[in-house]
Structure formats: C-alpha cells, structure tokens
Design a protein around this ligand. Structure first.
Ligand SMILES: [Zn+2]
Length: 468
C-alpha cells in the first residue's frame, strides 16, 4: 500500500472532519454517561483523553471512529511539523543576518516553541490512544466487541503508519518513534524504523520535496492550517517565552529575575550543557558515555513520569555517579500556564517529590516544558516556594525537529559564537542529539570552557567553586 502524502493528508482530513463532528457529541455527554476511567489519570489532559477514548470505544462504529481520531491527530501533527520547518528556515536567515541579533530575540522563536508544544501534544495523544488500544485488546473486563474494535483500529493504524515509504515515511518518522516507545514500554517488540544514518540520507534527498508537498497541501487545506495556527497561537499566548532580559548578578530561588538562569551573565566563554525530556533507555546511556569521554558534566531535565520505569534506575545512578546534575522538568511535560492550581501542584510538587526519591537528592533546578511559565507569576512562585531555580537557555539547537546532526552542530556553533557564554539545550531522547552533542564537545574542546551548572551558579554568586 503506497499512499502519497497529499492523499494521506486528504484521507486523514476527511476522516478528521467526521471525527470532530462526532467528538462534539462525546464531549457533550454528561460526565456520568462516560464510563469510569480505569487508568489513574496523572493530569487533566489525560483525564480528558481517557474520556474521549471511552466515548469512541463505546460507539457502534468504534474502530472507524478511533481510526478517524488518530488520523486527525496525525494530520495536525504533520501540518504543525511542516510549519516548524518553515520557521526553522526563517530562523536560519535570522542567524545569517548580524543586524537581527540572536535567534532568541526573533519574533519567530515563540511561534516555534508553540508549534513544538503542539507537535509534542499530538504525539502524546497518539501514544496514549495507542497504549489504550493495546490494553483494551487484552482487557478481560472489556466486551469481545470492544476488544475486536480496539484490535482492528490498532492494526489499521499500524498499517497506515508503517507501510509508508519515501517522503511519507520521513514525514511520519517521529510518530513511528512515538508508537515504538509505547510498544517498548509495554514489553512489545518495536517495529522497524530507519537508523540515524538512513534517516539523515533520506532527509537530505527529500528536504525540498517535503517542503513542496507541505506548501501544496496547506494551500488546499485552509481549514486545518488555520486550526493549527489557532492552536499554536493559543499556546503561544499562554506560554509567554521571554526570560531573555539581562538578569541581576545573583542567582537564587526567587519568582523574579534572580530565580531564572538564561546564561547571559555567565563568565565569558563559559558554557553549560543541558539535556531535556529523558531519561531514554536507548539514548541517555550514549550521552553519558560521551560526556565521560570528554570529561564534561551536564544537567539533565527529566520528567518524573519517565523515572518510573525500572530500566532507568541504573542510568540515573550512573549519571549521578559521574557528577552530572539531575534536575526536574515537570511530571508529564504539561504546558504549565494553562493548568489548574491542583494540576500545577502535581506537575511541580509531586514531580519534585518523585525526583528527590529517585535521584537520592533534592533537585535545585527546574525547567518548564517549552519554557512556558517563565513569566507566569503563579508558576514562578510555586517554583520559588519549592526552593527551585528556573533554567532557560540561550542556545537552542532545535535538535528535536532537525534530524541532521551536522546541521544541528552548525546551528549550535553559530549561536554560541554570537552569545559568547550560556546554556545549550539538547534532548537526550533523539539519536541525532546524541551524535550532534558529541560532535559539539569534540569541536569545542580546548576552545570553550564547559562547566557544570552548580559550579557556574557559585561563581556568579561570588562563592568559591565547590568542585575543582
Ligand atoms: Zn521538554
């Protein structure tokens, strides 16, 4: 089955249209008509997702409706991801023009972060529904009709994803990884995806073709494009992403400037490396080995939900033994500004409790997912109450959307040359990030000073460094 991307889009959009009409009905149902969620929801988002899933599963044509729902998530993901790549090109242009200054000051940047939040959100939803389908298939308390529907929807979704080739497969690569992560977390064998080298080669040969198809597609599908635009600007509005103003000289837990690090007031040529969103059983150990090889200590902003797998225990211990810093990145990677007070406490306080228990030491640093919440007083106050310093960044490698390690490296070097000091952002959950960050350490060896975050904070605060 070979479907071209435009056809794939059109199919998913038409399915999506019918799914959205039906979704209104589901969401409109009184709460007691929706069966009780069996999985404890760790956030408001998850509760809503479970409600939607139960509504779809309970429908007569459940398999079709679940497929429609999943297709719609994929469509929104694809349009948002395409827009991210457009913005990336604009940022590249910004980087080339000295007059415009740093990439973080570009008006494009907050839009990019918002679109990132959107692609992340759609992948999180896909992972959730996919996991629930696998669970329902084996759930003895589900009716045999429900089990059958879940199986049919799951198999069709896999066919739709994994039988693509060429440009289509490349566009969907991150979704395939998301599905595979879910499979692995449930003890199932992952399906075949491209290795990093193949991925980079395909990316180079298809880059133009993807951009062309994305443009053609979004010109046809105004509705979806507008919807993605609206969703992204909603996120952008809620997630003010400033934190770029020069800060006072002292750094300490505080809801104001003193409680946020962006790297602008570090000593000249002093840099710290940060990794977000792990730990990953596949990629974090490789990152740790690279850091050890170069004698560099990094800070890891891990989400509390990822700390629950037994498989990560050994990785976390190794990281700490090596002298790296374990920091907190919320519980479920939620968009903090839009949460209720209760949900916000879960994302910060519960996440801190769990991190403390697993790290064996209480984290001193926190990073809001997508940097969202930096200028939201109730978020910052809660962080300060938890004795946390927020850590932003001033070099964004965009390693989550760029699959090419060489171009990630080039982007990092360009920004570092402009900034002269600061915080570099990578993610320890992507193969390209492992390769690019190792290359960065190799090319900068002896030229810049890599230091650990606590070390730099002590220096900025005028204390004698604790570590040599
Ligand atoms: Zn993150």
């Amino acid at each position: 089955m070979k479907t071209s991307l435009p056809v794939l889009f059109l199919v998913s959009v038409s399915l999506a249209a019918c799914a959205s009409v039906k979704n209104e009905k589901i969401d409109g149902k009184p709460a007691d008509a929706v069966s009780e969620a069996r999985t404890p929801a760790s956030s408001m988002d998850e509760e809503n997702l479970e409600k939607t899933f139960q509504g779809l599963l309970g429908a007569e044509d459940a398999d079709l409706r679940i497929q429609g729902y999943l297709s719609r998530l994929v469509s929104i993901y694809l349009v948002a991801d395409g827009a991210v790549k457009q913005f990336d090109r604009e940022l590249e242009a910004t980087l080339r023009s000295d007059a415009l200054g740093s990439v973080l000051q570009s008006p494009v940047y907050p839009k990019l972060l918002a679109l990132y939040a959107l692609t992340f959100r759609e992948r999180t939803k896909i992972a959730y529904v996919y996991r629930r389908l696998l669970e329902t298939e084996k759930d003895r308390s589900a009716s045999s009709q429900q089990q059958q529907n879940a199986r049919r929807a799951r198999v069709n979704f896999e066919v739709y994803l994994f039988r693509q080739s060429g440009v289509e497969r490349l566009a969907l690569h991150d979704v395939l990884l998301t599905v595979n992560d879910t499979r692995e977390a449930m003890g199932l064998r992952p399906r075949k995806v491209w290795d990093p080298r193949t991925l980079v080669n395909r990316l180079r040969s298809y880059r133009k073709e993807i951009a062309r198809r994305w443009r053609a597609e979004t010109e046809v599908n105004f509705a979806l494009q507008n919807e993605v635009g609206a969703l992204a600007s909603e996120i952008e509005k809620k997630a003010s992403s400033e934190g770029r103003s020069p800060q006072s000289d002292t750094i300490y837990p505080n809801p104001g400037k003193a409680g946020n690090i962006s790297g602008y007031n570090f000593p000249a040529n002093t840099w710290t490396l940060t990794y977000d969103d792990g730990p990953s059983t596949k990629y974090t150990p490789q990152v740790l080995a690279n850091l050890r090889k170069h004698g560099v200590k990094a800070t890891f902003f891990w989400t509390a939900q990822n700390l629950s797998l037994d498989a990560t225990q050994e990785i976390i211990r190794t990281a700490m033994t090596d002298g790296n810093v374990g920091a907190c990145h919320s519980y479920t990677h939620a968009n903090l500004p839009k949460l209720s007070d209760e949900a916000l406490r879960h994302e910060i306080v519960d996440a801190m409790d769990k991190s403390t228990e697993i790290y064996g030491v209480r984290p001193k640093f926190f990073r809001c997912p997508y940097g969202a919440g930096l200028n939201v007083p109730r978020v910052r106050q809660l962080l300060a109450d938890q004795n946390l310093i927020h850590v932003f960044w001033n070099v964004d490698t965009l390693d989550w959307q760029d699959k090419d390690p060489e171009s990630i490296l080039a982007r990092a070097q360009k920004q570092m040359a402009k900034e002269g000091r600061g915080v570099v952002l990578f993610h320890d959950i992507h193969p390209q990030s492992v390769i690019a960050s190792e290359k960065l350490l190799a090319v900068t060896a002896g030229k810049v000073r890599w230091a650990s975050l606590p070390e730099i904070v002590d220096e900025v605060n005028g204390k004698a460094p604790v570590s040599p």
